[in-house]
Every structure is written in structure tokens, then in C-alpha cells.
Design a protein around this ligand. Structure first.
Ligand code: FAD
Ligand code: SIN
Length: 538
């Protein structure tokens, strides 16, 4: 199945296409250049759009005195709640420090302490101070700035902005040999075209926009995961949507849709406390790390507090955090814009969708189950995050696996394939259903799920899926992707009859050894779904 779109009217070609200009796509592109390959980097909005530039807390790497990759590994495995692929974690934590040094060599500047060392802070689930940050809470903006500067300097990387990739192109054997892409451009490259290449890397980021409240920007519609599904690739662990515990709650119904301001875990790392509506701390006694427990645990407790007191948020008390405006300038500004001075007032916070721990199933060098197609960053599922990602491991994953993918591609490039049409089936959903889809997912497949809520959500999705469109456009392609992903998430969440990590079922509240396995979904070219399970690599 493909998205309904006009036939390509123009063609462009490179050795490798990288889709997306976040930390994953930029790192992959730069590393591909070391092998002297020509790279076409396509990105659906302006080049700095995406989650990367919004990242606040930082990048986790075992760089501090007394820290080690083994300790980082232990924290990652604990947060991942028994579902991490241990080989992927080993690569992440052992190659992490070197990947961060390379980023610094590429020009990224991290905050330093008064002694001139890189200042390492703490976030949820970490037993050590190991988070590098920049500009206080503007880490992602600095990572993005440094990588973009390096990409702009490299004339072997051609960048096309406002270029939304629609679908993968495959040759007669199913090998991916390019993509169809819609460009809002000028001259010959305008409208739908085809970009041909010998390998394609999807680095399209997360899918937070499946939900009505998310920390993710509007471009995070999971296009790459949906595209991979349509190309026949397996996706894994998609039921594990991470809800960030402390997202600013705004007392304004309109303001509660779409991207919401994040209040970084690093604020709790600097001593902020969570309080319920009686003004009491509620994380003490729930976990040895209290407010700094892994974020699935904190989100659940916040949700419990909200439900038991019938209130829409809890409070974050950051009044004791030293130098708040200097340490957290971005958060200080977004609080101020919403009428809150965190130096003297409590911050209302509630969980919102933040990160997809699952995604396109890849091996340790980023290969998907479809030849020629790679995935990197939040789009991919390396297995490093298991059932719940450890804070600040995502930027790191983009850095580490972007390099591994580039190395694998460099040694394994086949000749250019010729695209063929593999199926006449097409999909295009009416863009008007976007908000209903997001609300339905938040209601029935959010922080807390049950068979009843998930079946009702699936029914709603089926109804929304009948609302077809015949007018191809960006909004319709995006909502069609959201629809496919919503179905995949709900199907996996229904399948997993236990609670684990960020998957919490009221009807199966316990973790079960029987479910220490990963759920895989595939979408056939005829539009049918297939579910299977694989053992966790220990
Ligand atoms: P992104 O940075 O999201 O980039 C995706 C790119 O793909 C974008 O350029 C987008 O425009 C493009 N794209 C999407 N669809 C298409 C398409 N169809 N065609 C062409 N291009 C497309 N992680 C940490 O490790 N530390 C943190 O402190 C941290 N803080 C965060 C704070 C916030 C508010 C958010 C939202 C996330 C945070 N995360 C953090 C998570 C982390 O930022 C992301 O997981 C990571 O940046 C993802 O990088 P990426 O390159 O995979 O995707
Ligand atoms: C945060 O700063 O709280 C977000 C960190 C992350 O998502 O890793």
C-alpha cells in the first residue's frame, strides 16, 4: 500500500538519501561524507525543525569521575524494565563518550563548571551526574546548531527543505532504491518528484503528534515509521509511548492541544519537588530516587494523584532551585509567558506524550527488515530503550547509531535499482480527522490503558479511517501516517497483557515474565496487519 499521491514529475539522484535533519539525520549524513558518498538530505520543513532543537535536559554519557559505561548500562537496563536489547545498550553506552567527543570536535559547546570541566547534571533514573547540557536548558539547540554548521560547510551534502517524503520506492525484488517526495520549491523541483539512491536512511523523528498533548513539534507525525510499515518493514515496541511527567499544564483549553512546553527533568535534578494538591510530596517511599525515579514511574504516580483528587495537574516546586533564570532560561521564559514565576510560584505540571521508545525494527547497524532501508534516531527501534527510555539517551542514540549506519552503508552499497509499482492499493485520510484521532488516542491509549479503552479506541480509529480524501496534500499525508501509527500502537497495546515500563494497563496491573518479549507488527501490501513476538536478547 502507498499513500495516494500524484505521479512523480521530476527526478533527483544521490548515493544515499537521508530523510530528516535532526541529530540522527545530520550525524548520519556527516559520517557518510567520510566515505566520500554523495548525500541528499531531505527535510519536510525548515532545516532546524524537529525534536532535536527542543531538547532541554541534555546528553547522557559516562564522562564524569567515578562513572563508567557499565553504570550507565545498569541505569539504562533498569529504566528499560526488562525489555532492552543488551547488545544495543552496550554499543550505546560504550561508544557514547567517543560520540560526544566527536560532537564537541564538530563544534558543539557544552556548559562548564567554575573549574572549567564540563558540568554534568542529573536526571530521572540516573544514579550519577552524567548529563551534559548547553545554554542551561537549550542543549538541543546547540547540538542542532553545531551539526547544521558542519553540514552547511560540506558541499557533498545537498539539502532540500520543505521536502516531505511520501513513500519508499522499491525495485522488483523489494530493495529500496529511493523515495517519492513532495517539495514546495521553485523551478523544476516543485510538487511530487522521485529521489533515487542506493540506500535510504529514515531519520524522521518521533510520533508525539498521535496524541492531543505532546512535547513534540508539529512535524513529529511519525512519517518515517508509517512509510517503513507500508514498505513492508517490521516495527517493534510501539506500545511503549513515553509520557513525560512534567509538562507545563496550561489553564486554557485551546492551549492544551498540540505541542506543550516541557519542564525538564533536570529541574528536578537541581532539587525541584513534586507536590500534590494538599502540598505534600508523593514520590517519597514510591521509589528510592523519589522525584528522580525513571519517568514511567513518576508519570504513573502523577496520574494516580490527578485521578484520586480529580484534578488536571500536580505541582512542581522549583522555588529552591538556585539561579533558575540562568540555569533554565528556556523554561523560565515559557513559565513567564504563561504567567508563572518559578522562583516564587509552583508550576502546574501533568504528563504528556513525549517519546516513542519503539519504532522501525533495526539491527545494530540500523538495517531495517527491508533491504536498502535504514532507520536512525527516534524513528528506529534498536532495542536500547526497552519499555522506557532513560532520560537523555535519545540524543546519544542518534549520535552513536548515525555513525554505525554510515559505516555499514559505506561498505555495502549496491548498484542503483529501478523502481517498480508493487501495489495499486492507496490510502489517503481526510485531514479534518486529525484532532479527533489525537483526542481518541489520548483518551483510550494514553498513560493508562485497558482492553475496554483500547477496543473502543480501535473502533473509533476504524470509523475515522473510513473518512477518505481524494485531494493529496501535506495535511492528508500526515494524518494518514498518524492513522496507521495509531492503529499499530493500539494493536500492540492490546496484545501486551501486562504493565511494564511506559505501558500501563488497568486490567493487567502487574509485570509478567511471560511478556518479557517484544511485539512486532507488519503491514502487508494488501493492507492487512500481522503481529508476532521475538525474544529479548539478554
Ligand atoms: P528529530 O530531531 O525529530 O528530526 C526529525 C526530522 O525529520 C526533522 O527534520 C523533520 O522535519 C524531518 N521529517 C519528519 N517527517 C519527514 C518527512 N515525511 N519527510 C522529510 N522529513 C521529515 N532527548 C535527549 O536525549 N535529551 C533531552 O534533553 C531531550 N529533551 C527533549 C525535549 C523535548 C521538548 C522533546 C520533544 C524531546 C526531547 N528529547 C530529548 C528527545 C530527543 O530530542 C529526540 O528523541 C531526538 O531529538 C530525535 O532526533 P531525531 O533526529 O531522531 O528526530
Ligand atoms: C528532559 O529534559 O526532561 C527531557 C530529557 C529527555 O527526554 O531525555
Amino acid at each position: 500500500m502507498k499513500l495516494f499521491a500524484p505521479n512523480p514529475g521530476w527526478t533527483v539522484q544521490a548515493d544515499v538519501i537521508v530523510i530528516g535533519s535532526g541529530v540522527a539525520g545530520l550525524t548520519t549524513a556527516l559520517n557518510l561524507r567520510a566515505a566520500n558518498l554523495s548525500v541528499l538530505l531531505v527535510t519536510k520543513a525548515k532545516i532546524d525543525e524537529g525534536s532535536t532543537k527542543w531538547a532541554q535536559g541534555g546528553i547522557a554519557a559516562a564522562l564524569g569521575p567515578g562513572d563508567s559505561p557499565d553504570q550507565h548500562k545498569s541505569d539504562t537496563l533498569i529504566a528499560g524494565a526488562g525489555l532492552c536489547d543488551v547488545d544495543a545498550v552496550n554499543i550505546l553506552v560504550t561508544q557514547g563518550p567517543e560520540a560526544v567527543r566527536k560532537l564537541i570536535a564538530r563544534g558543539a559547546v557544552f556548559d562548564k563548571s567554575s573549574s572549567g570541566e564540563i558540568d554534568l547534571t542529573r536526571e530521572g533514573g540516573h544514579h550519577r551526574n552524567r548529563i551534559l547540557h548547553a545554554g542551561g536548558d537549550a542543549t538541543g539547540a546547540e547540538v542542532s546548531r553545531a551539526l547544521l554548521a558542519a553540514v552547511h560547510e560540506d558541499h557533498g551534502i545537498e539539502v532540500i527543505e520543505h521536502a516531505l517524503v511520501i513513500d519508499a520506492l522499491q525495485d522488483a525484488s523489494g530493495h529500496v532504491c529511493g523515495v517519492s517526495v513532495h517539495v514546495i520549491g521553485e523551478g523544476s523541483r516543485d510538487g511530487v518528484g522521485q529521489a533515487l539512491a542506493r540506500a535510504v536512511v529514515i531519520a524522521t523523528g518521533g510520533l508525539g503528534q498521535v496524541y492531543s498533548q505532546t512535547t513534540n513539534p508539529s512535524v513529529s507525525t511519525g512519517d518515517g515509521v508509517a512509510m517503513a510499515l507500508r514498505a513492508g518493514a517490521a516495527v517493534a515496541d510501539v506500545e511503549f509511548i513515553q509520557f513525560h511527567p512534567t509538562v507545563l499544564w496550561r489553564d486554557n483549553p485551546q492551549g492544551q492541544e498540540g505541542q506543550q512546553p516541557l519542564i525538564s527533568e533536570a529541574v528536578r535534578g537541581e532539587g525541584a519537588l513534586l507536590l500534590n494538591h494538599k502540598g505534600e510530596r508523593f514520590m517519597v517511599g514510591k521509589h528510592e530516587l523519589a522525584e528522580l525515579a525513571p519517568r514511567d514511574i513518576v508519570s504513573k504516580e502523577i496520574f494516580n494523584q490527578m485521578q484520586s483528587s480529580n484534578v488536571p495537574h500536580v505541582w512542581l516546586d522549583a522555588t529552591h532551585v538556585h539561579d533558575f533564570p540562568e540555569r533554565f532560561p528556556t523554561i523560565f521564559q515559557s513559565c513567564n509567558e504563561n504567567g508563572i514565576d518559578p522562583r516564587v510560584q509552583l508550576i502546574p505540571v501533568a504528563p504528556a506524550s513525549h517519546y516513542s521508545s519503539g519504532g522501525v525494527l533495526v539491527d545494530l547497524v540500523g538495517r531495517t527488515t527491508v533491504p536498502g532501508l535504514y532507520a536512525c534516531g527516534e524513528t528506529a527501534c534498536t532495542g536500547a530503550h526497552g519499555a522506557n527510555r532513560l532520560a537523555s539517551n535519545s540524543l546519544l542514540e542518534g549520535l552513536v547509531f548515525g555513525a554505525a549506519i554510515a559505516e555499514d552503508i559505506s561498505g555495502n552499497l549496491p548498484p542503483q535499482g529501478i523502481p517498480v509499482r508493487r501495489s495499486e492499493e492507496t490510502l489517503l485520510i481526510d485531514p479534518a480527522v486529525r484532532l479527533s484521532l489525537q483526542l481518541t488516542m489520548t483518551e483510550g491509549a494514553g498513560v493508562l490503558r485497558s482492553e475496554k479503552s483500547l477496543l473502543s479506541t480501535l473502533k473509533q480509529l476504524e470509523l475515522l479511517g473510513t473518512r477518505r480524501s481524494t485531494t493529496p496534500c501535506i495535511e492528508a499525508w500526515e494524518v494518514s501516517n498518524l492513522y496507521l501509527l495509531a492503529v499499530a500502537i493500539v494493536r500492540s497495546a492490546l496484545e501486551r497483557k501486562e504493565s511494564r515500563g511506559s505501558h500501563w494497563r488497568s486490567d493487567f496491573p502487574d509485570t509478567s515474565d511471560l511478556w518479557q518479549k517484544r511485539i512486532i507488527q507488519k503491514f502487508g501490501i494488501d493492507g492487512t496487519w500481522a503481529t508476532s513476538e521475538i525474544a529479548v536478547k539478554k
